[in-house]
Design a protein around this ligand. Structure first.
Ligand SMILES: Cc1ncc(COP(=O)(O)O)c(C=O)c1O
Length: 476
């Protein structure tokens, strides 16, 4: 296609430029509509299957026409997750500079694997890595990997932990595998995120082998339970703590946990998919006190940093273990003579998109104060949400709103509160003013609100709170 582009006399008639121009017009209209469009689309699954489906075309179709038809068919099924009233999961919007950086990354089609494949992608990762360690208060010498999301960040960090702990026990897990290896103990909080368990499964540690330390009413790992679990065994041990519970936003007491784990020579991993960003805020960093004492950390850029999907980050205090767990060698994978950081040494993938460009764009466009402001603003808006909702007599907020998460439950004067909560959630979703997901919290149904988008305003929160109150009040 590149040579086809080059054959065109006018650049404007090249297929890539015509397709991009068409995409730009479509994107412009979408962005213009974003603040006011219904958050949840109206098209049914059958309609989407019909408009996007059909047989594989027998031959080529003009590329700009493909873009046009794709957008026409897909847009009725697009959830406005980048809009200001999307509060589902923990979903950031896409900051302006990051969207443009992603487009350029695609136009450049840069893999971030080896320095020789893209010196710019390699250097951008180096620079963004340094900025991130500084911003998050992590050791300057830690290694950094740019992965797809926090699940893979957890996997990468735990692979490094497995390698290092078994190496200390005299076992080379990369060469000899897990069969016959000294047993690894893994202790997690009872409210551990499922992706940590998923990562451990991929590493050969089954979910039934993981020891769960009890959590308190906010979902924080209890230090006494951890101390008991540590004392109950011996041998190479990994402790997985959490900064930011996916439901309540609560933080495990990291400082105390770090003291306990270091006493036992254990590896401390912190899953901070979104909570780690509290470290970038002067008023919130108290929640992550002691975080720098851990051995590894996982977070997301596609959540609170508002970088487009997909983008996760892993940090490891022990670069040799990190590299040894991920690195691959083959004659054709040519390494640079002067040994700059090779991007593929720190992630599970060999080939991957140069997602460092968008992370770099986010950090550079917001700067230190902009990131702090983004984090603080989302938390302020979460508190505003909670304050407005509890004015309604039948609404309860189940968690202490310490971060950007609010758990809402409907408790009617009569009838089943779980059913009332689920009904209200369905009505909120039907009204399409905002979108929230559902969850269970300590055995109770709840609506989950996560304020993570850079463009959300007080007015958006008020409109959304009004929609929730309407849903709670309307008769079943
Ligand atoms: C605490 C925590 N860890 C890990 C993850 C997994 O992140 P991802 O879906 O980006 O891989 C999440 C996602 O919400 C999370 O909240």
């Amino acid at each position: 296609m590149a040579s086809e582009d080059a054959r065109h006399l006018s650049i404007d008639s090249s297929p890539t430029v015509r397709s991009l121009s068409r995409a730009f017009e479509i994107a412009r209209a979408f962005i213009e509509s974003r603040a006011d469009r219904a958050v949840w689309p109206t098209a049914t699954l059958d309609e989407l299957r019909a408009s996007l489906g059909g047989e594989l075309p027998p031959g080529p179709i003009d590329s700009a026409d493909v873009v046009d038809a794709l957008a026409r068919a897909a847009e009725p099924g697009i959830v406005a997750t980048t809009g200001p009233r999307y509060f589902g999961f923990v979903t950031g919007g896409a900051l302006p500079a990051t969207v443009a950086a992603e487009w350029l990354t695609a136009v450049w089609d840069q893999p971030a694997s080896l320095y020789v494949l893209s010196p710019a992608a390699a250097v951008v990762e180096e620079v963004a890595a340094r900025w991130l360690l500084d911003l998050l208060g992590l050791p300057a010498g830690a290694s950094v990997g740019f992965v797809t999301g926090c699940h893979m960040a957890n996997f990468t960090a735990l692979a490094a932990a497995r390698l290092e702990l078994l190496r200390r026990a005299g076992w080379d897990v990369e060469a000899d595998g897990l069969q016959g290896a000294p047993r690894l103990r893994v202790i997690v909080g009872d409210e551990v995120h499922v992706s940590v368990i998923g990562a451990l499964r991929l590493l050969g540690i089954g979910s039934r082998q993981v020891v769960r330390a009890a959590a308190d009413d906010q979902g924080r790992m209890r230090p006494d339970a951890l101390a008991e679990a540590l004392a109950a065994g011996e041998g190479p041990t990994i402790v997985c703590a959490q900064a930011g519970n996916v439901n309540s936003g609560a933080f495990d007491p990291l400082d105390v946990i770090a003291t306990l784990t270091s006493r036992h020579g254990a590896w401390l991993h912190v899953d901070g998919a979104f909570g780690l960003w509290a470290a970038a805020s002067a008023s919130l960093k108290t929640h992550v006190r002691g975080v720098e004492r851990a051995d590894s950390w996982a977070t997301d850029a596609h959540k609170w940093l508002n970088v487009p999907y997909d983008s996760g980050l892993v940090f490891v205090r022990h670069p040799e273990a990190h590299r040894a767990a991920m690195s691959l060698g083959a004659a054709y994978l040519v390494r640079s003579g002067n040994e700059p950081r090779e991007a593929m040494d720190w992630t599970p993938e060999s080939s991957r998109r140069a997602r460092g460009f968008a992370v770099y764009a986010a950090l550079r466009s917001l700067g230190r104060s902009g990131i702090e402001d983004l984090v603080d603003r989302c938390c302020r808006l979460a508190r505003r949400f909670a304050a407005r909702l509890i004015e309604e007599p039948s609404i309860q907020v189940l968690n202490d709103v310490v971060l950007n998460q609010v758990l809402v439950r409907v408790v009617p004067p009569a009838g089943d509160a779980d059913v009332a909560t689920r009904d209200a959630l369905r009505r909120v979703q039907d009204e399409r003013i905002c979108w929230l997901g559902g969850s269970r919290w300590r055995g109770l149904d709840a609506m989950r609100i996560s304020v993570s988008n850079w463009s959300t305003t007080e007015e958006d929160v008020d409109r959304s709170a009004d929609s929730i109150v309407r849903a709670v009040r309307s008769p079943r």
